[in-house]
Design a binder for this molecule. Structure first.
Ligand code: 3H9
Length: 703
């Protein structure tokens, strides 16, 4: 028998085990092996039922993503046909779902008439995260099994369901008592089915998916959800497929699903999202560390500063059961910080995402203190105090005195030099930057800033820890602003300059959100605080000393006390949640343009797009060339997870590759000439971009 499956017949049962580590991805060879094994079992009169399981404990993570976009994806036997064949076997099939069944893995299980999971099993249809829809019967069989509404929720969120939830929904018929007993209990289940002469139970025999739903359910669903989907294709295709499930007989619905799947697979959005999937796996691979690097145990964490940032950081650890000591200078600030954390958890309780009991459990993991001595046993200390070098250095001098040897000392600075902070300690090898993004309990990006002397095991431990708390850690070298904020600088500079030249904040933001970015530059600054941005800029004035012109707008708004949303006025004027361009800001831009001799003119949307995006891309390429970022795809992850760049565009570096590197370079050169002195000063192509174009490269890499 093929080495990709194990095959055994025991007491009238054919046990078919999938063996394609690490996740039993259903590539063509595994599909062929499953088909062969099932045909063998079908033809053997001694076999009365089949049990499919993951021979390595894990059932399957679905179709092989690396096959998409190639002929292998639908090479015979393709997954839909294989599963159709399984549903037509006249012997009962039991799927024994160890650990997880995702995407095509769950579809495989749905093609089996009966399913048993173990207590930790997770099942889901995460295809949406790849810009796809379930394409092997999931959109047709799941709605028939659990109803259109619950199926849509699963497919559109992409979030796997726990074993209990899957059992309650009816996806799992049974749960084994333990992981170890899963296969035995699956076999016992199959024997019961044989004894009771149970039918094969194909999905076609289930009730219609829309039973019990209002007639206009799908139309309303589309209307309510379309705005959230922006220009994303996959959610719309999922809905079309479910519509087919509700309206058509199973076989016709399956054919419609395959057509929709192929449309999704060929789309630019899915290609971009597949790039992101592999980028996320790549990001964990860092030169100098590997599986043999011994990690330091992190059993206790301390966070310094109980403000919004410190509190948010602390929550991440409490969420995964790690005790946190939260240090503040004054009792009042500490109490405020702790009650803010309780409020945040309270919101989750109100939304039904957390139970009261869990809230209390998490709060019990948080201990406040005013005394550095209480940090002596912490394995990891994260400083989140005011963004000033002297203050941070003072904190690190103290940490150096009080912390135990081997403790990891991290700074949450968003821009300052980690090496200068490390230098005031006697243990720079233990110092690292952990740049969380606000709100720190929500945002997924974690920039892990490797200092000159950071030890490999400190880097490896923090990367692992980042994943444990649900973040997307990306390694950055030391420079002002690291990867994300350094790229923000030229991108935001263009946005400001365009307003001086005649655009309005809403026009600039509109072009950016038109690309599906979560926010434009100016709404982002108003949210983060014009004052906060001013202080960061102020600490780095020397860097723009040769041309501060574009900073003037922000500086003047700061001087006017227009700090953004919190003061009701910033780049925009706010009324409640609504914002609009403010005459005062337009007038200010006109005045400043006059003073700075910046000619004003009508600005087109394409120019806004090109200037903001090309400068963002150019800086990213420069960061790669300097070795601050390890690879272009890491830069994509930073902007997707920290700055709201749409994942379905693949991140700014991937987006540049799709635009064409030669076009980006030509655009930069064009503006260098067209924008006079300003253009000459700022539109300097990154040397690596020039080298890539000269070498005819279409991908961004170091050469
Ligand atoms: C689908 O099923 C379409 C069908 O509906 C229709 C078809 C017609 N394929 O994440 P990890 C690799 S779409 C290929 O580091 P973890 C991964 O690249 C699919 N490779 O481990 C990595 O390789 P490497 C729907 C895959 O424990 C290694 O496995 N399914 C696949 O943190 C370990 O992965 C999904 O979207 C795959 N399907 O997480 C599930 N899955 O070591 C996607 C993983 O060389 N996968 N690899 O870098 C996941 O969500 C996570 O990988 C999983 C494990 C939770 C499974």
């Amino acid at each position: 028998m093929n080495a990709l499956v194990t095959y055994q017949v025991e007491d009238n049962l054919a046990l078919i085990g999938l063996v394609r580590p690490p996740v039993n991805a259903l590539g063509q060879p595994l599909r062929a092996a499953i088909l062969e094994a099932c045909e063998r079992a079908a033809a053997d009169p001694a076999v009365k039922a089949l049990v499919l399981h993951g021979a390595n404990g894990l059932f399957s993570a679905g179709a092989d993503i690396s096959e998409f976009g190639s002929d292998a994806s639908f090479a015979a036997p393709d997954l839909p046909s294989l599963l159709l064949r399984l549903t037509r076997l006249d012997k009962p099939l039991v799927a024994a779902i160890g650990k997880l069944a995702l995407g095509g893995g769950l579809e495989l299980a749905l093609a089996c008439g009966y399913r048993i999971g173990e207590p930790g099993t997770r099942v889901g249809l995460p295809e949406i995260n790849l810009g796809l829809l379930p394409g092997a019967g999931g959109t047709q069989r799941l709605p028939r099994l659990i109803g259109a509404k619950a199926a849509l929720d699963m497919m559109l969120s992409g979030t796997p369901a726990s074993a209990d939830r899957a059992r309650a929904l009816g996806i799992l018929d049974r749960l084994s008592t333990s992981t170890e007993s899963l296969l035995d209990e699956a076999c016992a289940y199959a024997r019961e089915l044989i004894d009771s002469q149970a039918p094969a139970r194909p999905a076609a025999s289930f009730p219609a998916p829309a039973v019990g739903l209002p007639e206009d359910f799908l139309a309303r669903f589309r209307q309510d959800n379309e705005p959230r989907w922006k220009s994303r294709l996959a959610p719309r295709l999922v809905l079309s497929a479910v519509e087919a499930a509700c309206l058509l007989p199973l076989e016709e619905g399956l054919a419609r699903e395959v057509a929709l799947f192929k449309q999704a697979e060929a789309s630019a959005q899915s290609q971009a999202l597949r790039h992101v999937f592999f980028a996320e796996r790549e990001a964990g691979k860092v030169p100098g560390i590997d599986a043999s690097t011994l990690l330091r145990p992190i059993r206790k964490v301390a966070v310094i500063g109980a403000g919004t940032m410190g509190g948010g950081i602390a929550m991440n650890f409490a969420n995964v059961g790690i005790p946190v000591t939260l240090l503040e200078r004054q009792g009042q600030a500490l109490d405020r910080g702790l009650s803010q954390i309780r409020n945040n958890y309270g919101i989750s309780v109100k939304r039904g995402k957390l139970t009261e009991a869990k809230l209390e459990q998490r709060m019990a993991l948080l201990t406040g203190t005013l005394d550095y001595a209480d940090l002596a046993d912490a394995d990891l200390v994260i400083e989140a105090v005011f963004e000033k070098m002297e203050i941070k250095q003072e904190v690190f001098r103290t940490l150096d005195r009080v912390c135990k040897p081997g403790a990891i000392l991290a700074t949450n600075t968003s821009s300052l030099d980690v090496d200068q902070i490390a230098a005031v300690t006697s243990r720079p090898q233990d110092v690292i930057g952990l740049h969380f993004f606000s709100p720190a309990n929500v945002m997924r990006l974690l920039e892990v800033v490797r200092g000159r002397e950071t030890a490999p095991d400190v880097l490896a431990t923090t990367l692992k820890m980042g994943r444990t708390i649900g973040k997307m850690p990306v390694v950055s070298g030391v420079c002002f602003g690291f990867i994300g904020n350094r790229m923000l600088e030229p991108y935001a500079r263009e946005a400001h300059r365009l307003v001086l030249e005649g655009a309005t904040p809403s026009q600039v933001d509109g072009v950016l959100t038109g690309l599906d970015l979560n926010m434009g530059v100016f709404s982002m600054l108003d949210l983060a605080g014009v004052d906060v941005n001013f202080l960061v800029r102020d600490s780095n004035r020397a860097a723009f000393a040769h041309d501060e012109s574009y900073c003037r707008l922000g500086d003047e708004l700061y001087a006017l006390g227009r700090y953004g949303q919190k003061t009701g006025r910033g780049f925009y004027a706010y009324e409640g949640r609504n914002r609009q361009d403010d005459y005062e800001v337009v007038a200010l831009a006109e005045r400043l343009a006059g003073e700075l001799h910046v000619p004003r003119r009508p600005i087109g949307d394409q120019e806004i797009h090109d200037r903001c995006l090309f400068m963002l891309i150019n800086e990213g390429i420069q960061l790669l060339d300097e070795g601050i970022a390890l690879r272009a795809s890491d830069i994509d992850l930073v902007w997707i997870n920290g700055y709201g760049f749409p994942a379905h565009l693949g991140g700014p570096m991937y987006y540049a590759e799709q635009l064409g590197l030669d076009k980006v370079l030509a655009g930069i050169n064009h503006f260098r000439q067209a924008l006079g002195e300003y253009g000459e000063m700022w539109f300097q192509p990154a040397p690596l971009l020039e080298r890539l174009v000269a070498a005819g490269k279409t991908r961004i890499e170091t050469i």
